[in-house]
Design a protein around this ligand. Structure first.
Ligand code: PLP
Ligand code: SF4
Length: 351
């Protein structure tokens, strides 16, 4: 495949490239992510002894959080809404009998690394790793170790995509696809470009939020130079996640013409509040990012302490509708195994 620098660009952005971070600074930051609960406890000066359950919960699904995300948390506050998303918590291992594969991923697996549930688009599991392990993650039980790592391992997935002419869109997902190197992403995109019926490339990633330096020049060049229409979907749940660094990273996509959307998960003790959600949505639209989905939590094992009842979610959406422009209100949805799309949870009638 050609070097990225040889690919002709649709637009020459000249000067604007200067504001981009050093190409590889994100790699060092990723390798230095915090992986020890003791470190986290100490760094944030959390009060008292660390509860033993924290260790037990992190044995089941390890703690991972970037330094950059940690810096946005309030020291000393165990209930900080950002900390709550990443701190292993005792409730996770209390025996609530929820299923492991709530969203039917196993049945949707078309080839190693390829999930197909909906018409016209398929999910390409580009990586099993993330820069932050979100405690509520619906894929926390997914068997990533069985998914491809080398380009050759993905051939059956590329073949399945090539054999299904209805697939106009491929969604790079995971885990987080942006933990892959620019080189590897380039190889995957080049392979997808060879399939004529594939028209769109969507990237689902939390890195622009938790590791803003990942939005480097090669990534934005890759997304603007490909013949595929690129769409970026990021994942932020609380307005405090959107610090200046993160907002500039989002701007880099937007300024270069890449449609950029946000999905959030409705989480008890994080964003189950109309003021918090309104601030998140406003901050996003002020920087050119549209709120896409607000997900009802999936019923997976170990996440019950994050659950917000649907009636409450509907109330929150009604309050957002009263406060925000229509385009700033996300669609409130739930994923149900076997359905043809994410199911919209209908809004309350206005009163
Ligand atoms: C959520 C999801 C998609 C994307 O759905 P959209 O409604 O288009 O955002 C695609 N494939 C799978 C398997 C999904 O879970
Ligand atoms: S970034 Fe996404 S895939 Fe990774 S742990 Fe968080 S929710 Fe799960």
């Amino acid at each position: 495949m050609p070097e990225l620098s040889e690919i002709p660009k649709k637009t020459d952005f000249g000067e604007s490239w200067r504001s981009f971070p050093a190409e590889n600074s994100w790699k060092r930051q990723l390798s230095e992510a915090i992986r020890s609960v003791e470190d986290l406890w100490r760094r944030l000066r959390l009060p008292g002894e660390m509860p033993l359950e924290v260790n037990a919960a992190s044995d089941a699904f390890p703690l991972v959080v970037t330094e950059n995300f940690l810096e946005r948390m309030e020291p000393g506050n165990v209930n900080d809404p950002l900390l709550r998303q990443v701190l292993p918590w005792g409730d996770e291992i209390k025996g609530e009998a929820k299923v492991l594969d709530a969203v039917g991923d196993l049945e949707a697996r078309q080839a190693p690394g390829l999930l197909r549930k909906y018409h016209g688009r398929a999910l390409f599991i580009a990586s099993g790793m993330c820069a932050v392990n979100c405690r509520y993650c619906f894929r926390r039980h997914y068997a990533y170790q069985e998914e491809p790592r080398a380009m050759a391992d993905w051939e059956p997935a590329f073949e399945a995509i090539a054999n299904d002419e209805s697939l106009a869109e491929v969604i790079l997902s995971g885990g987080d696809p942006l933990v892959l190197t620019d080189h590897r992403l380039g190889e995957i995109v080049a392979r997808l470009e060879e399939i004529p019926h594939v028209k769109r490339l969507r990237i689902h990633s939390r890195l622009p939020i938790v590791l803003p330096d990942r939005v480097n020049r090669p990534l934005v060049e890759l997304m603007t130079a490909t013949r595929l229409q690129a769409v970026m979907v990021v994942h932020a749940n609380h307005p405090r996640e959107l610090n200046d660094e993160c907002l500039s990273a989002l701007r880099r996509f937007v300024r270069h013409g890449i449609p950029t959307l946000n999905q959030a998960v409705l989480l008890r003790g994080v964003n189950d509040d109309a003021g918090v959600l309104a601030e998140l949505c406003e901050s996003l639209v002020n920087h050119g990012v549209l709120p896409y989905y607000l997900h009802q939590l999936d019923q997976v094992a170990g996440v019950g302490h994050f659950e917000v009842p649907v009636e409450r979610g509907l109330e929150l959406i009604a309050q957002l509708q009263n406060r925000l422009p229509g385009y700033a209100v996300p669609k409130y949805v739930r994923e149900e195994a076997g359905e043809a799309s994410k199911r919209p949870l209908s809004p309350l009638s206005q009163h």
